[in-house]
Design a protein around this ligand. Structure first.
Ligand SMILES: [Zn+2]
Ligand SMILES: [Zn+2]
Ligand SMILES: [Zn+2]
Ligand SMILES: [Zn+2]
Length: 803
């Protein structure tokens, strides 16, 4: 999803192979990105553009009144089944396409919002419906909904005003049948009674307001590094590059960095990408774009669609407006192209749009002003980037420590500014020439499109220069000088993203709603650049945890960090998830360095290289001792003579994984009985050949707990979850966030099963673990606190009940 779609990548590979050898050599050698980019501009031929255009046409990003009608009807079907959340999503899809029935779509969505209890949002949609010309004959209906919302929100005077409006409408209502009139009048009198009752009971201030103020975290900002706390400092040496170090002893759970993304792009939904052009119906699947604001990533309720496209939806008018001003006016007509070229291209474009042409141009020019130093660096055999900075670079380049930290402002300050983004490592010399060619060609494609369609991004200049530009554009197939600068910067950003892109993730709870026990998964919401968090080096055994809120990242200590120790986080390959050999391969491939973290040194130092991932996962089917060996495995207990081929065992493992996935599907389809039955069979199968600590065994136990919880069998659910927790603890450690999530589920199960004292214990453990990793504001932490409060309010007799 980050890189261009495979068909375009394959096309670029073919183009690369067909280039003249001398041109290929030239491109392979071109170290300054400017040269790479400029060499590629004339290579992007009309035939390439045509091919890309055909690929892009498969993504549906425009507006279509027929789609609006289709989604509205699908929404109505769900609404009738009382599936209001699903109906809401479909109505939102409907309003993102313009149609003559917009007002009805908004009105229907307001009804769904009403049933879901979102009264403020309901009122907004009622206003939107009316602004879009909601039919007069239906007015009384929507006004009564408005009255009910206002009453429920305690806004009595406004409610009274609307009631009298409805009454006059009904009095005038020529087209109302007498039954409708009667129904409406009865409803009004009911509402009047409600309003009267409300008036006599004072409305309390919403609790949430005072709560957020209380929970504001203490924030002592760092004078030298923006967005960092004073407990960290920025250091530099030749082998670690720039890195962050603790200036004092840090406790688990302390925040270290809290940074707003410089730029972030919502990951598109799969269904947007793979639209089959032959299909006549529209996709009703819910994607990231339906669930989260295109700009701030907030969870969407009554989304505000972009006026120009159907793919950008916002949480509010304000977000829509800000996005339009800062980047979307340029991006809007490029939607299909950007989907085809992948998220990295999109982030690269948005980065230069957010920074603004003046800033980009000044840094690019400054960079080339340093050309002399570049040649000096080349002469000593180092690349430009390595001499400037080596964030993730561990090769010893020079023994002498630099006196100044690169890319800091005069007074040694480091800011999360465009300058910091611009100077992030590109590793240009380490990417394969084919990859650089693909990136360059993709960026040229964007530049060509910008040249054709939209020149407002360059409007920092005068009006004259814009018309000059237009003249230039129409007469030449070349890129304008401004777009050459932007293109070079975008190519730079695209290559940087390879190492510096941060996935913004969120825990999404399953939509099934059938179970009281959370079934959640981590989903990738967006790809972002965080210049300050990018200062953190990698470790396979990190001392921090990372969480996101909207487009902001928070880095917290996950264990005690003594003063002077480096602060590190994991780029992905974690000690608990893969063996050293696999981690090394991944890090070398994507981040171009050989990891020398403690976990790697320990594992590589011992003889059991790489066994953590593959060894000891199978057990003997007759005596349950572990199976050992390479292609043929032998039971490790002396008494047994069992021999089994590794291929056979791996096939068995694959079959079991398929079965477990099937069971999970049954759980999601609200068939817990069948799911439990299948999972119990899986468990027996697993016992026959998998070691008891295998993660798949843990998954089976976890799903069993989920199934039993859905059936209300709390004791069985708790029993299976405890098995799962044991396995998760063995893999990730007892204070890991993974264990925290499992403990949270156990707390929910015990809470629902009224196992009061055990629930209180588990709540305590889960809260301790989760608040270290996710902070006190975390939704699960808050829910745990509510569970505790609720249990403590139970009558004493219940608390002392023998369990
Ligand atoms: Zn927003
Ligand atoms: Zn748009
Ligand atoms: Zn490592
Ligand atoms: Zn055996």
């Amino acid at each position: 999803m980050d890189l261009p779609v495979e068909k375009w990548a394959a096309y670029a590979r073919r183009r690369w192979a067909s280039l003249e050898p001398c041109l290929r050599r030239k491109l392979s050698l071109a170290v300054p990105l400017r040269d790479t980019f400029l060499l590629c501009v004339p290579l992007f031929q009309p035939a390439d553009e045509e091919f890309l255009h055909r690929l892009a046409a498969r993504s549906w990003v425009g507006k279509d009144p027929r789609a609006a009608l289709f989604y509205k009807e699908e929404g109505n079907k769900r609404f009738q089944k009382k599936e209001y959340a699903a109906a809401l999503m479909l109505y939102s899809k409907a309003v993102s396409h313009n149609s003559p029935e917009m007002s009805l779509c908004y009105a229907n969505r307001s009804a769904a919002l009403f049933h879901l209890g979102h009264f403020e949002d309901c009122l907004e949609d009622i206003d939107r419906a009316q602004a879009q010309g909601y039919p007069n004959r239906l007015q009384p209906k929507i006004l009564l909904r408005k009255t009910e919302c206002l009453l429920l929100l305690g806004r009595l005077e406004e409610a009274a005003g609307v009631i009298s409006k409805v009454e006059s409408k009904i009095a005038m209502g020529q087209s109302l049948t007498s039954t409708t009139r009667q129904i409406l009048l009865r409803k009004i009198s009911q509402l009047k009674v409600k309003a009267h009752k409300k008036e006599s009971s004072p409305v309390s201030v919403p609790e949430a307001l005072s709560k957020t103020q209380k929970d504001l975290e203490f924030w002592e900002e760092n004078g030298k590094i923006s967005s960092a706390f004073s407990s960290v400092s920025l250091n530099f040496n030749s082998c670690r590059g720039r890195h962050l170090v603790a200036t004092k002893d840090i406790l688990p759970g302390e925040s270290l960095v809290k940074e707003e993304a410089f730029v972030s792009v919502l990951s598109p939904g799969k269904s947007l990408l793979l639209q089959d052009s032959a299909k006549t119906t529209w996709d009703t699947r819910v994607t990231n774009g339906d669930l989260h604001c295109h700009r701030c990533l907030k969870r969407l309720l009554a989304s505000v669609p972009c006026g120009g496209c159907s793919y950008a939806k916002y949480c509010s008018k304000k977000c829509a407006q800000l996005a339009w001003e800062h980047y979307h006016s340029t991006e809007c007509p490029l939607g299909a192209l950007l989907l085809t070229l992948g998220v990295f291209s999109h982030v690269a474009l948005r980065t230069v749009l957010v920074a603004g042409f003046a800033e980009v141009s000044s840094l690019v020019k400054q960079f080339h002003g340093d050309d002399k130093e570049l040649h000096k660096a080349e002469a000593t055999g180092k690349s430009w980037d390595e001499t400037r900075d080596s964030t993730a670079d561990m090769e010893g380049l020079s023994e002498k420590a630099e006196p100044l930290i690169p890319d800091c402002e005069d007074v040694g300050q480091y800011r999360g500014s465009y300058q910091a983004v611009f100077n992030l490592l590109t590793h240009a010399e380490k990417h394969s020439p084919e990859h650089k060619f693909l990136c360059s060609l993709s960026i040229v494609a964007i530049c060509k499109k910008l040249q054709e369609r939209d020149l407002t991004i360059l409007s920092q200049g005068s009006c004259e220069s814009q018309s000059e530009l237009k003249a230039h554009v129409t007469t030449s197939a070349e890129l304008s000088p401004e777009l050459k600068i932007l293109g070079e910067a975008m190519l730079r950003h695209m290559l940087q993203l390879h190492c510096n892109a941060q996935a913004v993730t969120s825990i999404r709870e399953s939509e099934s709603g059938a179970s009281v026990v959370t079934d959640s998964e981590q989903v990738r919401l967006a790809t972002a650049l965080f210049p300050v968090a990018s200062l953190l080096n990698h470790s396979c055994d990190p001392n921090t945890s990372v969480t996101f809120s909207g487009t902001a990242i928070t880095v917290r200590a996950s264990q005690p960090i003594p003063r002077g120790q480096e602060i590190v986080h994991c780029y992905g390959p974690h000690r608990c998830r893969m063996g050293a050999a696999e981690r090394w391969q991944r890090l070398l491939c994507q981040y171009f360095f050989e990891c020398r973290c403690q976990a790697c040194l320990d594992e590589l130092g011992s003889d059991v290289t790489g066994t953590a991932a593959t060894g000891d996962i199978f057990c003997c089917s007759s005596c349950h001792a572990s199976m050992q060996g390479e292609d043929v495995l032998r039971c490790s207990s002396g008494a047994c003579t069992l021999l089994v081929g590794r291929d056979y065992l791996l096939r068995q493992l694959q079959d079991l994984q398929v079965q477990v996935r099937t069971a999970l599907g049954l759980l999601k389809d609200k068939q817990p009985n069948q799911a439990v039955e299948l999972l119990m069979r899986c468990r027996v199968d697993a016992e026959n050949f998998l070691s008891a600590e295998h993660m798949l065994v843990g998954e089976i136990e976890d799903h069993l707990a989920q199934g039993y919880a859905t059936l209300g069998k709390w004791q069985e659910a708790a029993r299976h979850l405890r098995c799962s927790i044991q396995i998760v603890e063995a893999h990730h450690g007892p204070s890991s966030v993974e264990t925290g999530h499992e403990l949270f589920k156990l707390a929910q199960i015990l809470f629902n099963g009224f196992a009061v004292s055990e629930a209180l214990c588990t709540i305590q453990r889960a809260e301790t673990v989760l608040s270290v990793h996710c902070g006190p504001q975390n939704a699960q932490v808050q829910e745990l606190q509510e569970m505790r409060a609720c249990l403590l309010e139970l009558p004493r007799s219940l608390l002392h009940r023998v369990e």
